[in-house]
Write a protein that binds this ligand. Structure first.
Ligand code: TRP
Length: 338
């Protein structure tokens, strides 16, 4: 008999384009996870509604993001990939859990405080109750692990508290999930500002390389990358403190080619930064080429995309509805006759 794998789940908001940073730092390592874990990944489109979007953009981004994950190696046969709004149980359990999440708890969420400060003209109810929906996203699938970045840790802690509270009131219903600190891949920094992370939702700038960028744009962005020429020493040497820009380019080159920092230093000994930046740009172009081509192919294949969405939503719904039925019954809702 097949041994049951531990369950892992993560949601990704379709609010920005995926970047080289998301790929080298995270997604690249996800394909192999499926060997060890039963993985669920969903496009958190309901969460995206907490800020204003252009509807056509949101729709396109949601599908593009899904296509890009598949193109990055997440096999839909081995992982459950789906769109959050295609599984109504998320919104349904979200409502129930809202009733088991305290106003005070939600008020203390750092992300809520940050976002309401930044978007003072749109501090809506959804932004406030976002963590209860996120708790529902998670608890529906009874996962063991939730891989999240630092900014989401507090939400996973709250999810545990909500689950515990519910279990104490109604007997064991939810598995208590643990945050999972993923194996870090390369830490890719902004090409123009090597002290900050290459982020997904920043404005379009030359410091950020997106998975779908055209080769000529990638080449241009690397040619313009900052290399700390003020130190005077213009050689390729790994010194993150003194030369963060060069160190970042070396990280990227190492991640794309599999070469060590020593090997890279040797390769560019006696060359200026210009040659080095061109080489890094070329390595990135070749790394991203198959991903971009595959994602575009998927985006054009409406039939495949539909099947992908449908199969994912069916697989997810089966598990999610089981949990939802249990919850409805425990809290006293009359079972629907179907
Ligand atoms: N809140 C997460 C973010 O902003 C996205 C998310 C929604 C999520 N639901 C989730 C992550 C469930 C992990 C598990 O990045």
């Amino acid at each position: 008999m097949e041994e049951t794998k531990k369950v892992m789940l993560s949601g990704i908001k379709p609010t920005g384009d995926l970047t080289l940073g998301s790929y080298l730092g995270a997604i690249k390592n996800w394909a192999e996870r499926a060997e060890q874990f039963d993985c669920y990944y969903f496009m958190a489109d309901l969460h995206a509604l907490t800020t204003r979007n252009n509807p056509a953009d949101l729709r396109r981004r949601t599908l593009e993001q899904l296509a890009q994950y598949v193109a990055c190696g997440l096999d839909p046969e081995k992982n459950t990939l789906f769109i959050q709004s295609h599984v109504p149980a998320h919104a349904e359990l979200g409502w129930v859990l809202n009733c088991y999440t305290m106003f005070g708890e939600l008020s203390r969420m750092t992300q809520f405080k940050d976002k309401s400060r930044k978007n003072a003209d749109n501090v809506n109810g959804g932004l406030f109750t976002y963590p209860s929906l996120m708790a529902a996203d998670i608890l529906l699938y009874q996962p063991d692990y939730v891989p999240v970045g630092d900014d989401q840790k507090q939400h996973v802690e709250l999810t545990r508290d909500i689950a515990q509270r519910f279990n104490n009131l109604y007997s064991d219903t939810f598995k208590i999930p643990e945050p999972y600190i993923p194996k870090i891949g390369a830490r890719v920094m902004d090409l123009q500002d090597p002290l900050s992370k290459m982020s997904k939702s920043d404005d379009v700038g030359t410091g950020r390389v997106c998975l779908m960028d055209k080769p000529e744009d990638i080449a241009r962005k690397f040619k313009r990358a900052v290399t700390d020429s003020e130190t005077g020493e213009r050689c390729v040497r790994y010194a993150p403190e003194e030369k963060p820009g060069v160190a970042n380019l070396m990280q990227i080159y190492a991640a794309c080619t599999g070469r060590s920092f020593d090997a890279i230093e040797d390769e560019f000994a006696g060359h200026g930064y210009g040659d080095f930046k061109t080489a890094v740009g070329e390595a990135v172009i070749e790394t991203l080429r198959p991903i971009r081509e595959e994602a575009s192919r998927i985006m054009k294949d409406k039939g495949y995309l539909e099947t992908l969405c449908k199969n994912g939503a069916e697989k997810a719904s089966y598990i999610a509805n089981k949990t939802l039925r249990k919850v409805y019954k425990k809290v006293g809702l009359v079972p629907a006759v179907r």
